[in-house]
Write a protein that binds this ligand. Structure first.
Ligand code: FPP
Length: 249
């Protein structure tokens, strides 16, 4: 007699990326689908960020770098820009206390000193409050542009060569990494293992161009406000199947 054995599904063990970069895209379209103004999408996107941060922390992710505002985003309508600029202020009052309780450490990269004063101050307060936390690092990329970051690093390196601190021949990858803004992260956690972009766009848009040289890329059609713990796990599941060779065999 034949016995029909149920096919066993082989579960791949989840490999948790140590550093995840997220391009949080699709807030505007999410709002439009609901016949709401774009800012409604950004507000909802902020709540998503809170939930995803806690979920990532629980999964054991060590760094989350989130693209919250690019150097190119200033060209948006003034009302939208000023709404986005107020989000860190609201974020500090409404969400940072819970993140602090969860041992999350908040940091930022980008040309943040050129942000409106209240925005910058809210971020500084969040950094200060959480500076001794030892859990997940939530690294905000705000007024960030990858090429601008590289230009800034090149200028500082050139100046240090002029000041005879080292010779051009000594410049290597490690040194360049030390001059980039992500040098605010622990040395082995500066490059994202995985970069996620929501909303179906298939590009990196000037997000961590140096640091993502070997990152696994994951694109999903899900709009950022709809991204949740389940979607994060799906991205990590896909990442777990990838075979990272870093140029080797
Ligand atoms: C891109 O969607 C999203 C942004 C430019 C803003 C992202 C900001 C947040 C998710 C909130 C972050 C929270 C803090 C505290 C700063 P889009 O507007 O380009 O959407 P669209 O492509 O559908 O128009």
């Amino acid at each position: 007699m034949f016995s029909f054995k149920k096919k066993e599904k082989i579960e791949i063990p989840l490999q948790i990326p140590r550093h995840i970069g997220i391009i949080m895209d699709g807030n505007g379209r999410w709002a439009k689908k609901r016949m709401q103004p774009r800012i409604f999408g950004h507000k909802s996107g902020m709540e998503t960020l809170q939930n995803v941060t806690i979920a990532a922390k629980e999964l054991g992710v060590q760094v989350l770098t989130v693209y919250a505002f690019s150097t190119e985003n200033w060209s948006r309508p003034e009302k939208e820009v000023s709404f986005i600029m107020n989000l860190p202020v609201e974020f500090y009052d409404r969400y940072v206390p819970e993140l602090h309780r969860n041992n999350v450490k908040i940091q930022m990269i980008g040309d943040t000193e050129r942000l409106p004063k209240a925005t910058y101050e809210a971020l500084c307060k969040a950094e200060e409050l959480t500076q001794l936390n030892t859990g997940l690092i939530l690294n905000f990329a705000l007024n960030y542009g990858g090429r601008a970051e590289i230009i800034q690093a090149v200028k500082m390196i050139a100046q240090d060569v002029l000041d005879a601190k080292f010779s051009p021949g000594e410049i290597d990858e490690e040194m360049i990494a030390n001059y980039l803004q992500t040098s605010n992260l622990p040395r082995l956690l500066r490059d994202p293992d995985l970069v996620i972009r929501t909303s179906g766009e298939l590009r990196l848009s000037n997000f961590l161009p140096w640091q993502s040289a070997y990152s696994e890329l994951y694109f999903t059609d899900t709009l950022w406000p709809d991204f949740d713990e389940k979607a994060l796990k799906a991205a990590i599941k896909e990442y777990s199947k990838r075979n990272r060779r870093f140029g080797g065999v």
